[in-house]
Design a protein around this ligand. Sequence first.
Ligand SMILES: C[S@@+](CC[C@H](N)C(=O)[O-])C[C@H]1O[C@@H](n2cnc3c(N)ncnc32)[C@H](O)[C@@H]1O
Length: 417
Amino acid sequence: MDIQDSNGDEMINKGNIDIQRPRKTRFEYEDDEVDQDETLDEAITETSNLEDDALMCDPDESVIGADKTSADYYFDSYSHFGIHEVSLLCLDEKLFNIQCLTLTDFLALQEMLKDAVRTKTYQNVIYKNNFLFKDKIVLDVGAGTGILSLFCAKAGAKHVYAVECSQMADMAQEIVKVNGFSDVITVLKGKVEEIELPVAQVDIIISEWMGYFLLFENMLNTVLYARDKWLVNNGVVLPDKASLYLTAIEDADYKEDKIEFWNNVYGFNMSCIKKQSIMEPLVDTVDQKQIVTNCQLLKTMDISKMAPGDASFTAPFKLVAERDDYIHALVAYFDVSFTKCHKLTGFSTGPRSRTTHWKQTVLYLEDVLTICEGEALVGNMTVAQNKKNPRDVDIMIKYSLNGRRCLVSRTQHYRMR
Ligand SMILES: C[S@@+](CC[C@H](N)C(=O)[O-])C[C@H]1O[C@@H](n2cnc3c(N)ncnc32)[C@H](O)[C@@H]1O
């Protein structure tokens, strides 16, 4: 899908409204330990955060660096490597040289594993539904440390193939051995798209493929590739449903801090940087008190049936104000569910649910919109893989508000990279 530009943007603001600003509290991540030695029964706890979430019921080349992709950032951002690599070398030079893993890699892995909403949900899905796994052949797509493979082996899987393309595969191999599962789990180092699986078919594909904004880094296509190549007829994909949602927030303080900052930097106009920063969605936690409108389901994907192209789409939205307020940004988030379980299980990454490492994705609007209760911000969102780097996601939002205090019609482009 090619995202086209469009003209005719306009904005008329007819004055201010008297509102009480919600208090800004960005959430702290809640850290739950997973007991490594727990038995299968002990490990089963209720951690799905679905019930908490009301929603379960309900390029511009002139811009500096606009043509850069995540691959470029990967290499030129010292926040990715530089400092962290040096620290790791100081910590353990031998490990760095042999495994080529950076401290950033370890911290990212730890962040995922410590995300109890994420990891405990997978653990519960597997342990509480061991009837799905008993004597079955499982493929773990993107195994990382092998944690999901270990859960499956412990739940009675006949054999688990853990495929991991990074150096972490060596660690996974070691972890599998140390935990006594070498006869049940085979770690295969390589890309899913390139490895040879020792079996022709698998009964279950399990994967934690979701990126920021659900689709960033595009691992979904890898899962779909594995599904089409190896999954037996009536096989199970876990998770099998993923939905993307949109809402609108008041976010004056953060927009000022992150975007408007560039208007006047020690007395100098750096608004050319503002143009780029507004195009980059911000991954951060949003306080539910900031939500001004309803939350709108944009798209549900059925991982067991969808085609790879279905991850590029245009979806309409209608966001109705629940109070008089200002709108500074739209916020996207997702949930995933495992519908083949005894009991519907899953989790949400929404602002009304317990925080996960995915947080939410904030898309700042160029204008501050003034909206009155009952008025609707309408439009559509187009999501597509970036052509130059398929790991990146291009997002286009067309929106209009025909309200008592604000008339606006605009198209904005964003890129997750
Ligand atoms: C989000 S992590 C999940 C790791 C682990 N399954 C867990 O739940 O903790 C995704 C992993 O998939 C791996 N990966 C991504 N694309 C892959 C591909 N095409 N083939 C094999 N592994 C891949 C990454 O290196 C990363 O370790």
